[in-house]
Design a binder for this molecule. Structure first.
Ligand code: FES
Length: 74
């Protein structure tokens, strides 16, 4: 039986790091969508439901923008 390559440390961290705490959505889910062509926070929100939690996206919104455009919040 053939096994895939083990996940890298970065992939493991992406599966642990929660970007949208209200909806418990991990960084890996957003990275996958970005790799598939999602290029705006709205697309990421629509695909995952991020931003519809109790905080209304106040916590995850800046993180999503930073994932799309590193340094956006600086
Ligand atoms: S952290 Fe995403 S909606 Fe609150």
């Amino acid at each position: 039986m053939k096994h895939g390559t083990p996940p890298s440390q970065a992939e493991i961290m992406d599966n642990l790091k929660v970007i949208c705490q209200c909806k418990s959505i991990k960084k890996a889910a957003f990275k996958k969508l970005i790799a598939e062509g999602a290029d705006t926070p709205e697309k990421l929100r629509k695909a995952t439901g991020a931003g519809t939690g109790q905080c209304g996206g106040k916590r995850c919104g800046p993180r999503l923008r930073d994932m799309l455009d590193p340094g956006y919040n600086k």
